[in-house]
Design a protein around this ligand. Structure first.
Ligand SMILES: O=c1nc[nH]c2c1ncn2[C@H]1C[C@H](O)[C@@H](COP(=O)(O)OP(=O)(O)OP(=O)(O)O)O1
Ligand SMILES: [Mg+2]
Length: 203
């Protein structure tokens, strides 16, 4: 049985500020407040699964158990058809530098270098959203946004790989468009729509 989300506050189990901003905005539309994992000093669990839903489940359950509060995790990534779906669940790893910081310009350049020889420019973002309760119950949702990768990367808005992705039917990259536009058509918005249909009681 699907479990409804009746709480008005939940823990957002992410340490990524770009994601936190987008998910908090989606929740605010339903008058749900967010407690950040950072403010509770929650540990960053290892993402050992090979699916987005698997890794989001690890992060959501760890936060729910540690905080004794219903928690929402987002695991997401960028996939390129010519690379058989890579970097996929390893999207964050491709940006990781030896000193632990992330360099997205370098990560995007790596994608371009490996994919430039293929005429197939199809790419997509995926987002798994998992809600977890302290008793171990979970609800999972997967959203995608399909389009093409472009080079050179363009735009300053958004975060991560946004500058090299143009969704189908759009001319601007995710990093060029108004945040409200990304918000309406993104993988994260698609997953959130499913979550909201399944778990958010209609008022
Ligand atoms: O809308 C997006 N626009 C651009 N890039 C994006 C997007 N959504 C995810 N991404 C990238 C960021 C990160 O390189 C990877 C997710 O990795 P992922 O492990 O899920 O998140 P994370 O480590 O940044 O934060 P955390 O695990 O604490 O939630 O995909
Ligand atoms: Mg992560």
């Amino acid at each position: 049985m699907t479990r409804a989300l009746t709480e008005k506050r939940l823990v957002l189990a992410t340490h990524n500020a770009g994601k936190a901003r987008e998910v908090a905005a989606l929740l605010a539309e339903h008058a749900i407040e967010v407690i950040t994992a950072g403010s509770l000093g929650l540990p960053v669990p290892e993402e050992t699964e090979n699916t987005f839903v698997g890794n989001a489940t690890i992060k959501a359950l760890a936060a729910a158990r540690a905080s004794n509060t219903v928690s929402l995790a987002d695991d997401s990534g960028f996939s390129v058809a010519a690379l058989d779906g890579a970097p996929g669940v390893y999207t964050a790893d491709w940006a990781e530098q030896p000193d632990g910081t992330r360099d997205y310009a370098a990560a995007m350049a790596k994608v371009e270098r490996l994919a430039r020889h293929s005429p197939d420019r199809k790419a997509w973002f995926s987002c798994a959203l998992v809600l977890a309760w302290p008793d171990g119950h979970v609800e999972s949702f997967l959203g995608e946004s399909h389009g093409v990768w472009v080079w050179p990367a363009r735009g300053e808005k958004g975060f991560g790989y946004d500058p090299m992705f143009v969704p189908d039917g759009e001319t601007q990259s995710f990093a060029e468009m108004d945040p409200a536009r990304k918000h309406a058509i993104s993988h994260r918005a698609a997953a959130f729509r499913l979550l909201s249909e399944a778990c958010l009681p209609r008022r």
